[in-house]
Design a protein around this ligand. Structure first.
Ligand SMILES: Nc1ncnc2c1ncn2[C@@H]1O[C@H](COP(=O)(O)OP(=O)(O)OP(=O)(O)O)[C@@H](O)[C@H]1O
Length: 865
């Protein structure tokens, strides 16, 4: 047996091998050492013909899911090796084979999969700096592929799909991705696929067989050799691990990454699209606000809509039109939502049916779901055109499948399919006959019991049944003396004896015979019924998609009406004009109607860049994120939190917000900040929206200020970049750019001074702020008075020193100018210069606040320069 074990293990070296032995899956050697630690189970040993016993541990067959899932969650692959012949018939050692390899990307256990998100397995093939990527969710059958031209875009795609597992070619495994981050932070299991998978012919063959075509042309893949490789590799991996037909994977989608808004990984995190930055929770994210879907399919689709906003006006408006139509008749919409509510996960149910793993209870869930389809379709009738009318057309009520299930399966069937009780009366005559033989048998037994009771005088004589002895008479010890001779003893217990008779034996064999036949027939009939439904997979998958889309649109509509969102207008002229915009999540979290709305206006000309100043805590970040989120929501096809909004389509949104402390290990905060800035400046286009929050704050003041300044100059230059930008900063010097660059405008978030304190007004107004009120905010945060007072003291000192230095600088310049004019250098003796010199001499700083004085001196210095 150990020899057989070793042979199997040798083929699955990278997996933990679950080796079936009776009622257990056993693990040996290193597998046992690892698994016993991860699963916290006892490590034992077994003789293996060697001087040392083999380390061994095991998990019970019936409860293996829990252990299996734990190993998968910890990133291991598990090969399940079963007995594939009846041990009673085996000559010598029982034949065993690996029937399935479970990996993070191919796991189908409901226990660990989140039904509201896809579980993707991704394959990546690197070729000369570009990549072919393919993705499959084997729980739903979704399969897609794309060509990705660069490493940074590959990172975006990985972030978008957040796969559970990646397999790649050798050069992908050696590319410059941050594998530590992917493995440790994103918990992706990454491995190199076997080299022999990467054969063009084998790959094409696998694709043709899976999708039923004769060449790559039919799938549109002919010009995408990288995609052929990645898809072929993925399919070979699936066949190797699943050993199953995988008929539910029947459709391949070739998509272009340029068909959707590009969001880099930092932006996805910063905008908290599907989870919060800090604690990775759904609550507090945009998804949390927008997801009021009723079905698991809808929830998955909505998540992917948020992950990939649209960029074509026509597509965006189609969704907005549908949301509008739903909003116009909310009673109809809410009724549809009620019918959507009890619909189970048709996609995953259908996959189980197709993989022959659906049990009779799954069938009832399936039938119940189908029962609502006609009602939904009826309600959809009122929509004359657009996406909703489309759904009506494409949706199949699947009435025939419903009827079949309604006629056949019991309403409360067993989970197991080998013990009968599955079918309704009247579905199949033979089943009915066997069933009645079984019921008649029960009557016959009752009659026999009564007869023997009378004959023998044993008052408590009972006929009982167990799996080992079958049917028997049970006689308690007090009646032992009355037992007649024709009773044949079967077993003696402490308080009773068990007997049989010839008549009971005959009756039992006829009952058990018909029972066995019944179970076998029910099993066969069930398998055939399931196969028949599996044959309808395309119709069911298509309807499931329509239901998912309807659910998403209803959710968007419901959220819009519940939160007073408005329909955005969509333009292609680059104007972003939001009136009274609100932050969808902050507003919802506050839940008290106290959120202060603000306007945003940006265009491709004189209002390309807004420099936003204002005290700490004033609401700068909230304002900027709100603008980004409103644009993004509009491009998802959602209504937006504003009084009105006209949104120019953006091809990308980039954000550089705060310190992303959870980014790549081994990089300083400033390094991370600058890498993000570099990424933005290199990849943004004129049609992008940039949200830049305190660029440069991670280094010394002057370095930071200079970088920030140069960045704004670069962005504002339409020949270099020219993207629409919101730029929040505490460097008030940047407000000087307003006069210097035609596309820059200053805004600040207003506060009111109230003695030593400040009141946050949260309103954005034109103009620049002159103070940061950092110390006041520190006081509000509860920093001890002693520190606050000292900080005030130091701050005043610093400002004084700064002013003195500045004055000294100016004096030097002044002296230089004087000496220049003394030596009659004509080019310096122009009237403007003399005026400045005069002004400096007469400047009275005593009436100004220190900050005003500084700004004033800065300005003079600049003018002299
Ligand atoms: N428009 C608003 N209406 C009501 N409350 C708001 C508004 N904007 C922001 N807030 C509240 O103020 C808090 C601080 O806002 P935010 O973080 O945007 O300030 P900030 O100016 O970016 O601060 P810092 O400069 O310190 O980063 C938010 O958490 C939010 O609760």
């Amino acid at each position: 047996m150990m020899q057989q074990y070793m042979e199997v293990k040798n083929q699955y070296k990278d997996c933990i091998l679950f080796y079936r032995l009776g009622d257990f899956y056993e693990m040996f050697f290193d597998d046992a050492l690892t698994a016993s630690k991860v699963l916290e189970i006892t490590l034992t040993g077994r003789d293996c013909g060697q001087p040392e016993r083999a380390p061994m541990c095991g998990v019970p067959y019936h409860a293996c899911d829990v252990y299996l899932n734990k190993l998968i969650e910890n990133g291991f692959k598990v090969a399940i090796c079963e007995q594939v012949e009846d041990p009673k018939l085996a000559k010598g050692i029982v034949k065993r084979e690996v029937i399935r390899v479970v990996t993070p990307g191919t796991n189908m256990s409901n226990a660990i999969l989140d039904e509201t998100r896809n579980n993707y397995l991704m394959s990546i093939v690197e070729n000369d700096g570009a990549f072919g990527i393919s993705l499959v969710d084997i729980t739903t059958g979704e399969f897609k592929t794309a060509r990705v031209p660069s490493l940074s875009k590959l990172t975006d795609e990985i972030n978008k799909y957040s796969p559970a597992e990646i397999i790649g070619n050798h050069s992908f495994m050696n590319c410059d991705l941050d594998f530590i981050y992917l493995r440790e932070k994103m918990k992706i299991s990454i491995s190199e696929a076997p080299e022999h998978y990467f054969n063009q012919m084998l790959c094409e063959d696998a694709i043709m067989r899976q999708f039923g075509v004769n060449n790559m042309d039919g799938l549109g893949l002919k010009d995408f050799p990288d995609c052929i490789l990645s898809s072929g590799v993925l399919l070979q991996y699936l066949h190797e691990t699943q050993k199953n037909s995988l008929a539910h994977i029947n459709h391949i989608v070739l998509y272009s990454i340029d068909d959707f808004m590009i969001l880099d990984s930092a932006t996805r995190r910063n905008l908290e699209l599907c989870e919060t930055l800090r604690d990775k929770q759904k609550r507090g994210s945009l998804l949390w606000v927008l997801d009021k879907t009723k079905t698991a399919m809808g929830a998955r689709m909505l998540r992917s809509m948020i992950e990939q906003p649209l960029i074509y006006k026509k597509d965006i408006e189609a969704r907005l039109d549908a949301v509008d139509q739903l909003n116009n008749d909310m009673i109809n919409r809410d009724e549809m939502r009620e019918y959507l509510n009890p619909i189970y996960d048709l996609e995953r149910l259908m996959t189980r049916i197709s993989l022959r793993s659906a049990n009779p209870r799954d069938m009832i869930a399936f039938k119940t779901s189908l029962s609502y389809l006609p009602y939904i379709r009826q309600l959809l009738q009122i929509y004359p055109d657009g996406l909703l009318a489309d759904i009506y057309e494409k949706m199949d009520e699947l009435q025939d499948i419903y009827d079949l299930l309604e006629r056949s399966i019991n309403d409360d069937p067993p989970i197991l399919i080998r013990e009968g009780g599955i079918f309704k009366d009247g579905y199949l005559e033979e089943i009915d006959t066997l069933k009645s033989a079984k019921t008649d048998g029960k009557t016959w037994l009752a009659e026999l019991e009564e007869r023997e009771k009378q004959k023998t005088g044993i008052k408590n004589l009972r006929i009982k049944f167990n799996k080992v002895f079958g049917y028997y008479f049970e006689v308690t010890n007090s009646y032992k003396d009355l037992v007649p001779e024709y009773f044949i003893r079967k077993q003696t217990l402490a308080n009773s004896e068990r007997y049989t008779t010839e008549e009971l034996d005959n009756l039992a064999s006829s009952i058990l015979g018909s029972e066995d036949k019944l179970y076998a027939l029910e099993y066969e009939t069930y398998v055939a019924l399931r196969d028949k439904i599996a044959g309808e997979i395309l119709r069911v998958q298509n309807t499931a998609r329509q239901i998912a889309l309807l659910d998403c649109l209803c959710s968007l509509s419901y959220v819009a009406s519940a939160n007073q969102f408005v329909r955005p207008e969509i333009n292609e002229d680059g104007v972003i004009d939001i009136k009274e915009g609100r932050h969808p999540v902050v507003e919802k979290m506050m839940n008290n109607g106290m959120f202060i709305s603000n306007d945003t206006y940006l265009n491709n000309f004189e209002s390309r860049i807004s420099i936003i100043t204002g005290p700490n805590m004033a609401g700068k970040s909230t304002y900027m994120r709100q603008t980004a989120l409103i644009v993004l929501m509009a491009q998802i096809g959602s209504f937006v939190p504003a009084a009105s909004a006209n949104i120019g389509i953006c091809d990308r949104i980039f954000t550089r917000v705060g310190a992303s402390d959870d980014l790549a290990s081994g990089q300083s905060t400033f390094m991370v900040e600058m890498s993000e800035v570099a990424n933005i400046l290199r990849n943004a286009t004129k049609n992008s929206l940039l949200i830049l929050d305190e660029i440069g704050r991670g280094t010394s003041t002057y370095d930071g200020l200079s970088i920030a300044w140069a960045v704004v100059e670069y962005i504002s230059n339409s020949e270099l970049l020219g993207a629409k930008t919101l730029f929040a900063t505490h460097y008030h010097e940047l407000t000087e750019l307003e006069g210097k660059l035609s596309s820059v405008n200053n805004y600040c978030i207003a506060v009111k001074e109230d003695g030593d304190d400040i009141v946050f007004l949260r309103k954005i107004v034109k103009g620049g702020a002159d103070r940061s009120y950092g110390i006041q905010v520190a006081k509000l945060a509860g920093v001890p008075d002693i520190v606050i007072n000292r900080a005030n003291e130091i701050c005043n000192q610093l400002i004084d020193t700064d002013i003195t230095t500045k004055l000294k600088d100016i004096k030097i310049t002044n002296d230089f100018h004087k000496s220049a004019s003394d030596t009659q250098m004509s080019f310096l003796a122009n009237p403007e210069e003399s005026a400045i010199l005069e002004e400096i001499k007469n400047a009275d700083l005593s009436n100004m606040t220190p900050m005003k004085a500084l700004l004033y001196l800065n300005e003079l210095q600049e003018r002299i320069r």
